[in-house]
Design a protein. Structure first.
Length: 262
């Protein structure tokens, strides 16, 4: 199936590893011109080399701290100068740090909001108006099912994800008259460093082993297994493609049926 992504300019944030890297690889394989950013220049270089080896595409990299609004603006300007006007923005920021509620300080809550919610607000605030001005574009937030399936071991993630789900709906309404389509893809338990971290938090919360915590997480999945980053990447590519031209304001779960059990 030709998704019609050849030549489209895509910016994927937090793409030096995990879901972001998998999404960047998928978009490059579909023919998009891909730019990636994260804080680590070295990690970006490794990711770009891996994607080029797999797809033959050269990936532009931008070492950027998404908690710095000025740095985000500079990065977006550089992408549009180096690669071209951004057609696709995939917000794939790192997950919020968490711990038991009684131990969370004001600073912890602020950091949780800053590293994911505000990071994605900053990137979108730079790209969205440009898409509106040009009369089209695609924005995708990689959020997570904790937005509406709360768990104590991922309490900050749930709150931040719920805020991003709300933002997705609101921006879809604002972007619709300008053909700027805004959606969210919600990964369930996917094999990344993030799921290991959450399993560790759950193990600590329930005083059990990480192995038992991982089994407990999979128990809620209809398919009884973890997903792969490629599963999220495939759905994201479809949503941002020409095949997704009648999809906006959607919160799409890619979770092996976990949310349907809640």
């Amino acid at each position: 199936m030709d998704l019609g992504l050849k030549g489209k300019v895509a910016l994927v944030t937090a793409a030096s590893k995990g879901l972001g890297k998998a999404i960047a690889l998928e978009l490059a394989a579909e023919g998009a011109k891909v730019a990636i950013c994260s804080r680590s220049a070295d990690a970006l270089k490794l990711a770009a080399a891996e994607i080029k080896k797999a797809t033959g595409k050269t990936i532009k990299t931008y070492a950027t701290d998404l908690t710095d609004a000025a740095a985000v603006k500079k990065m977006v300007n550089a992408v549009e100068k180096d690669v071209g006007p951004i057609d696709i923005l995939v917000n794939s920021s790192g997950g919020a740090p968490t711990r038991p509620f009684k131990d969370l300080t004001d600073e912890d809550w602020q950091k949780a909001l800053d590293v994911k919610f505000m990071a994605e607000v900053r990137a979108t605030r730079e790209v969205f108006p440009r898409m509106v001005k040009r009369g089209g574009g695609r924005v995708v937030f990689i959020i997570g099912t904790h937005a509406f399936v709360p768990h104590a071991y991922a309490i900050t993630a749930g709150v931040v994800n719920a805020a991003l789900a709300n933002l997705t709906k609101a921006l879809a309404e604002e972007g619709a008259p300008h053909n700027v389509l805004v959606n969210a893809v919600n990964p369930g338990p996917v094999l990344t460093d993030r799921i290991l971290y959450l399993a560790e938090m759950k193990a600590k919360e329930h005083k059990t082993t990480v192995a038992e915590a991982k089994k407990s997480i999979v128990k809620d999945v209809l398919l009884k297994r973890f997903g792969l980053p490629e599963d999220i990447a495939a759905m994201t590519a479809l949503v941002v493609s020409g095949r997704g031209g009648f999809i906006t304001g959607a919160l799409i779960n890619v979770d092996g049926g976990m949310a349907s059990q809640m």
